[in-house]
Structure formats: C-alpha cells, structure tokens
Design a protein around this ligand. Structure first.
Ligand code: G3I
Length: 315
C-alpha cells in the first residue's frame, strides 16, 4: 500500500490525523505512526481536559500524543486553546470581570503553549470564532471581551513559543461564502495591525458529494493574504448503510480536497479527523450517518485512502 506521509513529503506537504490518546496501541498506533507525519489530539489538549479544576492540571493525554509524535517523527498540531466548547465547568460558571477573564485566557495559553514549547509545530489558537452568517459567535470570549480576545490570544501564544505557527481554525469556511469572507476579513485586519497570525485552518467536515467547488480558490485567496493554510479536520460523512457507489464518491471527494491543498503552495498539509471509522465523532452526532474516514472499522483502507494517495501522485 502507498504511504501517505511519504507521498505528501515528496510534494512538500504533511498528511496528518487526529487521534484519541487512549487508543494509541496495536494496529491503531501502527497505522497512525506509519501513514501520517502529523498528529492532532482530538480532545486531550482542550481546556476541560488539561485543567478540569482550577489550578489542577492533567497533561497525561496530551503528553501521550506528544511523546508518540516524537517517537514516530511526526509534527503535532496543538488543538485548541480558545474555544467556546469543552471548557471546564469552573470557568464557564464563574462570574468573571472582563479583566479577570482575559487574564485567565492568556494565563491558560501561556501555561499550555509554554509546556510544549518547541514540541508543537502549529497551534489552533482560536477555534470557531464565527457564526454561519459571518458575524462573530456569541461565545463567552466575544461577549465579555469583544473581538480583541483574538489578537490577545495570538499575542500570548507567540510570546509563549515564538517558533510555533499560530492558526485560526473554523468549519464551513472551506469554500467561499459569508463565513469564509468573515475569516478572510479578520485575517486581513489582524495582519494590518501587526498581530501574529501565521495560518488559517479549514476544518473540512464535509458531506458526501459536497466538496465545495471553490475550495482551491478559497485556500489560494487566503494564501495571497500572506498566511499559510491547512485542511485541519477532514472527514466526509455519508448516510448509512455504506454502498460501493458511496465509497466511490467518497474516494473522489477525498481526492478533490487533497488535490486542492496540493495545488496551493502555501497549503501545508491535510489532517483527517480520525483515520478509522471506529474513531470518528460522526455517528455520535449525526443520526444514521458515518463511515466518514479513510479506513473502515477493521482498519482496512477504503477507496478514500487510495483517492488521497492518487491526489498525492501515487498511481
Ligand atoms: O470522555 C467521556 C467519557 O468518559 C464518556 O463515557 C463519554 C459518554 O458520552 O463521553 C466522553 O466524552 C466525549 C469526548 O468527545 C471524548 O470522547 C464527549 O461526550 C464528546 O462530546 C466529545 O466529542 C468531541 C467533540 O469535539 C466535542 O465538541 C469529539 O470527540 C471531537 O472529535 C470533536 O472535535 C471537534 C473539534 O475539536 C473542533 N471542530 C469540530 C470537531 C467535531 O465536533
């Protein structure tokens, strides 16, 4: 079988996967460590995971992913520092002043980025800041701190690890449209203000047969602003049951997304959000849907896997 990480490297890209730290053994670990050269912890670096009660840290899952990456010569995408979801209860239930909340946020960034300084190549500093219509999501960050929370978060991350690439990350921004335009305008204004921003992540949680036709052009317009881009959470879900026709369409879809990245020189790589259907968020959240990843539940490569390889030049 082709080796995705070798094919990607030959094109100057990486190919990554999200993982669940507790599953990193046996066949799961073998595939993760041999096929991919970038790894993203699916949940283990989120605030509720690392600081479940105030001042009491649990780095075990995050450390396990970082150690695995180092043992297998993989880069790590840190995910994620400032998000509206998976926050610890002590944080969301507190009645903080704006100054207190800003300090909690920047201290969190300083602590987590600082712990892994030199070991994490990219950080998703701010995750999912926008609504579908391009207005700012009314998260606790935005409602209490205003838009400036984004610049403050980026500056704190830069100070904590000057070598890590700092990203904003969102979904349904893969093609052009109102939400993507909002991200574009934000990045443009951050750049104009001299705020440290290195890249934009496009999550790529897609539906079978619905890869946006504007995806490559959209990646390119962000690159033309002077930032790197990456597809950070790719999966392509389908209504179950699986059929050969659906798998063929999924292959074409994975190939199209990977080709879009391959065609944009500032697109650094693609990360799949779980490489096996046995480790995917889709069935839990979308009733009757699944089979969204490149390997089936028994770790057999699906047509999608060959679609990725073909987009990276394998034949
Ligand atoms: O850890 C508990 C476990 O103890 C409990 O038995 C089980 C019962 O439901 O839940 C477990 O926690 C789950 C956690 O994943 C770990 O598996 C949560 O319920 C579940 O909500 C959580 O889902 C995660 C989701 O983010 C939360 O929003 C997914 O695994 C994770 O893949 C997903 O990832 C997000 C990205 O961070 C941001 N972009 C969207 C993407 C998909 O939602």
């Amino acid at each position: 079988d082709p080796v995705l990480r070798d094919l990607a490297q030959a094109k100057g890209k990486y190919y990554g996967t999200a993982v669940t730290a507790s599953k990193l053994n046996g066949t799961y670990a073998t595939i993760a460590g041999s096929q991919f050269d970038s790894i993203t912890p699916g949940n283990e670096m989120k605030w509720e995971s690392v600081e479940p009660s105030r001042g009491s840290y649990n780095w075990s899952g995050a450390d396990a992913v970082v150690n695995f990456a180092q043992a297998h010569d993989m880069r790590v995408r840190g995910h994620t520092l400032v998000w509206h979801s998976q926050l610890p209860g002590w944080l969301t239930s507190g009645s903080w002043t704006a100054d207190q909340l800003r300090t909690l946020m920047t201290d969190h960034i300083t602590t987590e980025v600082g712990r892994y300084k030199g070991k994490i190549s990219h950080w998703d500093v701010v995750n999912e800041p926008f609504n579908e219509d391009g207005t700012f999501r009314q998260s606790m960050w935005y409602t209490k701190l205003g838009q400036s929370y984004i610049a403050d978060a980026l500056r704190a991350a830069r100070a904590a690890d000057p070598d890590a690439k700092l990203y904003l990350n969102d979904y349904n921004t893969d093609g052009t449209g109102a939400k993507s335009d909002a991200m574009y305008n934000l990045v443009k204004s951050l750049k104009a203000d001299g705020v440290p921003i290195d890249g934009v992540g496009f999550q790529g949680h897609l539906i079978l047969g619905q890869v946006p036709s504007t995806m490559q052009a959209n990646l390119q317009r962000f690159a033309d602003l002077g930032v790197d881009v990456a597809v950070t959470e790719l999966d392509i879900r389908m209504q179950l049951p699986v059929t050969d026709a659906k798998l063929a369409q999924q292959k074409a879809d994975y190939k199209a997304v990977t080709s879009a990245c391959a065609a944009v020189s500032r697109c650094k790589g693609v990360t799949v959000w779980g490489f096996t259907d046995s480790d995917s968020w889709i069935p839990d959240v979308f009733d009757g849907q699944g089979a969204a990843t490149p390997y089936d539940e028994n770790y057999q490569p699906k047509p999608a896997y060959y679609g990725i390889a073909e987009a990276l030049g394998w034949s």
